[in-house]
Design a protein around this ligand. Structure first.
Ligand code: THG
Length: 381
């Protein structure tokens, strides 16, 4: 792709409560997720951002992690129908990473589910229109539920200094939030949900900011939140950031639409641990998933380390070949890791080739085939 082509902005590409701030911080690129802007970079390179994220703290506008709010008497029933992961024993205040599958057991999203109450859930989605899927299911099943996209815009604070920073703003109770749990905190007279989670392998928090239209002393509430974090973050060397490709690949965190699509089932995506109790409840795709389990899968998501000059972030996928030149996969997310001093990538790999240590070749944009090897996910520390 040519470098200087611009994306035309319009109302369909939604701004967030933090977009003004992100622009003031010198954002250089955006992408669009769930019809909303997601910053992709600031002044620094992906590598510089990676080191910074590993050592300090960053503020990320991840508002595009839209919430699908399902409430009402049949809320639990509907959510359970959407996923093989059992939510029977899910407590209020918990977050669950869940596969959402269709009738063929194809992945249609991999969101984080939050249980706000027995009859109230948020599905914090990856890039596909789950609101419509949920509404269709509710109509078809005559469920007594209300489904909306609420006024909620996640703002992430990620990195090893995130706890100290969050404590300095919200108090010591921040320390009591365990991984994949949330608590409610007071912010300038409003109630805000804060979870210990995030799309990185560092410690971090996600503030599910509510109040796009609200103001405090004439300033938009979202901008006030950003300013307060920014100011308190100065002594922790805060910088603006976004999900970091190097960190995400090393962590083995998958990106829906890139690394996998509805052509893939959850077992191929290494999500079998969320499908283990699926005998005990009804959900869409149950029969298909059962059949796939019985027959076994043909490919699986793997980490790949490969040689050669440092690779830039993949735009188009890189083909992966066996030593005998058979196509065995494609790397949709790949880049150079300055820590591992090798190129890294994520790819579905055919069964005969997916063992750790398997040798292979990766074809880069220059047409060269580079030597590679299958490794564990997450990548070795
Ligand atoms: N945060 C929130 N919503 C999201 C994402 C997020 N929605 C879209 C996308 N990211 C969903 N994808 C993931 C993938 C993995 C994880 C989080 C979101 C993750 N998984 C942990 C792991 O794999 O170690 C633990 C999962 C668990 O214990 O249940 O962190 O980032 N709000």
């Amino acid at each position: 792709m040519k470098k200087n082509i611009k994306l035309n902005m319009s109302r369909r590409i939604r701004r967030t409560p933090f977009t003004n701030k992100v622009e003031q911080c010198g954002v250089s690129d955006f992408t669009v997720v769930n019809h909303m802007l997601l910053p992709k970079g600031f002044k620094k390179s992906v590598e510089e951002d990676y080191w910074h994220l590993n050592e300090h703290v960053q503020i990320w506008d991840v508002s595009c992690q839209r919430q699908v709010q399902i409430s009402g008497p049949d809320a639990q029933k509907l959510v359970q129908k959407m996923t093989p992961r059992s939510i029977k024993n899910m407590a209020t205040g918990k977050c669950f990473y869940i596969p959402i599958i269709d009738e063929n057991a194809g992945m249609i999203n991999d969101p984080v589910l939050l249980k706000l109450d027995d009859d109230m859930f948020w599905i914090s989605i990856a890039d596909s229109d789950i609101l419509l899927w949920a509404k269709g299911l509710a109509l078809g099943s005559n469920f007594d539920v209300n489904i909306v996209e609420p006024d909620v815009y996640p703002l992430a604070v990620q990195g090893p200094k995130s706890e100290a920073l969050m404590v300095s703003i919200f108090g010591e109770d921040i320390k009591k939030i365990k991984f994949f749990n949330f608590k409610i905190f007071d912010f300038l007279g409003t109630k805000q949900i804060i979870a210990r989670s995030g799309y990185s392998r560092q410690d971090g928090f996600e503030i599910y900011f509510k109040g796009f239209e609200e103001h405090f002393n004439g300033v938009e509430l979202g901008e006030k939140l950003w300013d307060i974090i920014w100011k308190a973050g100065q002594k922790f060397n805060i910088s603006p950031g976004c999900p970091n490709l190097i960190d995400r690949i090393e962590a083995g965190l998958l990106s829906y639409g890139n690394d996998f699509t509805k052509e893939n089932n959850p077992l191929e995506c290494n999500l079998e641990k969320y499908c283990s109790e699926c005998e005990n409840h009804e959900f869409i795709g149950r029969e298909a998933l059962k059949k796939i389990k019985l027959e076994g899968i043909k490919q699986k998501m793997r980490g790949i380390l490969f040689e050669g000059e440092p690779c830039l972030a993949t735009g188009k996928p890189l083909s992966v070949y066996s030593e005998k030149n058979k196509k065995i996969g494609q790397i949709a997310s790949g880049i150079y890791s300055p820590r591992l001093k090798k190129n890294i990538g994520l790819s579905m790999i055919l069964k005969d080739y997916w063992d750790i240590g398997q040798k292979l070749n990766v074809e880069t944009y220059d047409g060269k085939k580079r030597k590679g090897i299958i490794t564990t996910l997450p990548f070795p520390k």
